[in-house]
Ligand binder design. Structure first.
Ligand code: AMP
Length: 222
């Protein structure tokens, strides 16, 4: 059977087909997405008042780990990426342009902030740990806590002589822990450029114990 020849589309049909592809007045622009403007003031307000945004995420646990202690739980803050960024950016910004060779983070919550700050400041991270946790040769100091006595250790080869160090912990109470970490830094011939904390309990006088070294705290409580 002979194949039937397809007839060429009629001029009107051709016009209609073309009209479907190219609308009059040139190609149609994609409809503009409405700007997500409703989000921006919200974020901006949080950044302007990052302090109160973060403060709401510090949970207070009475009588933990001992009766009489009001424990400041930072885990809700860590669970909120925006709050975590606000804290890290604020502390890191303070040291931009100031050379920091190493960030010393105090076990264990100081590791969380200290590690992230070291990466932001392009500095090395050095852990200060409770006794028996570090595998290599260590220096050790004893100190008193808001609740009890303790010891801290740091690997002996952690810092070079004259290194500028930022000591980081989640919370400053009496300052014993931070001062002990500072002592470990000094034993290696390095220098504490500043101490940085997320939370400071002003009434416990930790800052006074650490001066004249600069003390930075993102949030203060009376
Ligand atoms: P201090 O040596 O007295 O400055 O105590 C600071 C260390 O103890 C930090 O590592 C804190 O994580 C912890 N700490 C002391 N008091 C509190 C508190 N009220 N809430 C949470 N952590 C605390």
């Amino acid at each position: 059977m002979a194949a039937r020849k397809r007839s060429a589309p009629k001029p009107k049909a051709r016009r209609e087909a073309r009209a479907k592809l190219t609308p009059r007045g040139g190609p149609k622009k994609a409809p503009k997405k409405p700007a997500a403007r409703h989000h921006l003031p919200h974020i901006a307000a949080e950044l302007v008042d990052g302090n109160s945004y973060v403060r709401k995420l510090i949970r207070e646990i009475p009588n933990f780990p001992q009766p009489g202690i009001l424990f400041k739980d930072i885990t809700p803050l860590l669970a909120n990426p925006k709050a975590f960024h606000i804290v890290l950016d604020a502390i890191a910004e303070r040291f931009m342009g100031e050379h920091i060779d190493a960030v010393v983070g105090i076990e264990s919550r100081g590791f969380i902030f200290g590690g992230a700050l070291a990466a932001r400041l392009n500095a090395s991270f050095v852990p200060v740990r409770k006794p028996g946790k570090l595998p290599y040769r260590t220096d050790k100091v004893s100190y008193s806590l808001e609740y009890g006595e303790s010891e801290l250790e740091m690997h002996r080869d952690s810092l070079s002589e004259g290194a500028r160090v930022l000591v980081v912990d989640d919370l400053l109470a009496t300052g014993g822990t931070a001062a002990a970490a500072g002592e470990l830094v000094h034993r290696q011939g390095a220098y504490v450029a500043a101490y940085a904390f997320v939370v400071e309990l002003r009434s416990l006088g930790g800052r006074e114990r650490l001066v004249p070294t600069p003390v930075i705290a993102f949030l203060q409580y009376d």
